[in-house]
Ligand binder design. Structure first.
Ligand code: TIU
Length: 229
């Protein structure tokens, strides 16, 4: 199969759909809606909701061509046995992981706040990974699942750019995946951190990976030849 090529930073990114997964990091109510973990840390969660339409458009296109989709959630077991005290006790949040909040227990699996937002809800057959850390590979079966599916390339969306997205992309890069971050499909509670994270991923000749606008990615999906340089 001829690889698809799109204009990206710092140079064109090549992939083929059969060996690529779309990875959507932590688009769960805990981070996007008031009353969850993000707000408990003192953040303005409204900033993050702005990327939902762009994420929806990419997800729809990717599903339309039959691409593999992976959703992650930052989620702990109800007994918090996978939440190190160093994580739970850090800082001075209004609610700690495991505490009862307006959307159920904060960052605990199966609670209402831990669900992926309805606009991006997984469909049957899509992979959903509950991860106890910031990275999607730490203490999860993700690498094995991707290897078994023959995946070599990962396209990232989700929140937050410099925390769970960047950590996941770095973990993926060290495991040998070619990674692309869709710039307008990721957001941070700190716009300057988002920009720095985007810049540092593709610096030094794509030291962590590539970045591109979702419009570039979607053009490549619709008309692979037209998107080539
Ligand atoms: N606080 C923050 O920016 N992010 C997180 O705690 N988790 C994710 O990024 N998902």
């Amino acid at each position: 199969m001829t690889p698809t090529k799109l204009d990206a930073n710092p140079f064109p990114y090549e992939f083929d759909v059969a060996h690529t997964a779309l990875v959507i990091i932590d688009m769960q109510r805990d981070f996007i809606e008031p009353g969850g973990f993000g707000e408990s840390l003192g953040n303005d969660v409204a900033l993050l909701a702005a990327i939902v339409p762009a994420c929806q458009a990419v997800l729809q296109s990717w599903r339309g061509i039959g691409g593999l989709v992976v959703h992650t959630r930052e989620a702990h077991r109800a007994d918090l046995s996978d939440c190190p005290p160093a994580k739970r006790n850090r800082g001075n949040p209004s609610l700690r992981i495991g505490d009862e909040g307006p959307m159920g227990r904060i960052l605990v699996a199966d609670e209402p706040g831990n669900q992926i937002i309805p606009a991006l809800a997984p469909t049957p057959g899509e992979i959903v990974i509950d991860k106890p850390g910031k990275g999607a590979f730490y203490a999860t079966p993700l690498h094995d699942l991707l290897q078994r599916a023959g995946i070599t390339h990962l396209v990232f969306m989700g929140v937050t750019t410099e925390v769970c997205v960047q950590t996941s992309m770095r973990e993926a890069n060290d495991r040998g995946y070619d990674c692309l971050l869709l710039e307008d499909c990721t957001e941070s509670y700190f716009p300057a951190f988002k920009q720095s994270a985007v810049d540092m991923m593709c610096a030094q000749g794509a030291i962590v990976g590539w970045t591109a606008a979702s419009s570039q990615f979607m053009s490549a999906l619709v008309a692979p030849d037209a998107a080539q340089r």
